[in-house]
Design a protein around this ligand. Structure first.
Ligand code: FE
Length: 184
């Protein structure tokens, strides 16, 4: 279960960094997203995906405000690569797709774009802007696209200062359960 300890120490060492352009830390953002997933009775796989969807921000060495400097850090691909071999594709794929899911929702839901935070609107353009109809159709043909959309909505809501959540210790059991199932 080394990866669980690695993840806990990544959050301990780098989790205080601000979540790109927002007023909360990476740790609080991750814990809020996972708590929202848990409150909606999501599966352990999706709760863990919510917790770790931005792990790519913690494992790479780009500055926190990369997107303000016009750099797309591709954190969704970094996160997928980090998670896939241990947690499997039901965790890693929604993580990879959570940025595409934003582009999808901008096209599919008229109210969505207006709800995005300012930082998220800035990065949207670096990420390619709202999907075209053809891109939406393609997205809907991907495995786990619905999970990615659910994850995205928690991601967008998980930016509130001062919300009390369980600590990362609470979510370790979900990670352990997944690893045990993968390896049994
Ligand atoms: Fe996020």
């Amino acid at each position: 279960m080394k990866i669980i300890e690695d993840i806990v120490s990544l959050f301990a060492q780098r989790g205080d960094s601000l979540y790109g352009g927002e007023l909360i830390s990476q740790r609080d953002h991750a814990l809020q997203a996972a708590t929202l997933a848990e409150n909606e009775n999501a599966t352990p796989l999706l709760i863990v995906a919510a917790l770790l969807h931005d792990i790519g921000h913690l494992v790479h060495d780009l500055p926190e405000n990369a997107s303000n400097q016009g750099v797309d850090d591709k954190h969704e691909s970094v996160g997928e690569a980090y998670l896939e071999s241990t947690f499997g594709d039901q965790v890693a794929t929604p993580v990879r797709l959570h940025v595409s899911a934003k582009r999808y929702l901008c096209a599919a839901d008229d109210d969505y774009l207006a709800c995005l935070s300012e930082a998220s609107q800035v990065s949207l353009h670096l990420q390619g802007g709202p999907f075209t109809v053809a891109e939406m159709n393609e997205f809907e043909s991907l495995r786990y696209w619905r999970d990615a959309v659910r994850l995205r909505r928690w991601d967008d809501l998980a930016k509130v200062e001062g919300v009390v959540t369980p600590s990362i210790e609470h979510f370790k059991d979900y990670m352990r359960d997944i690893l045990e199932t993968q390896n049994s």
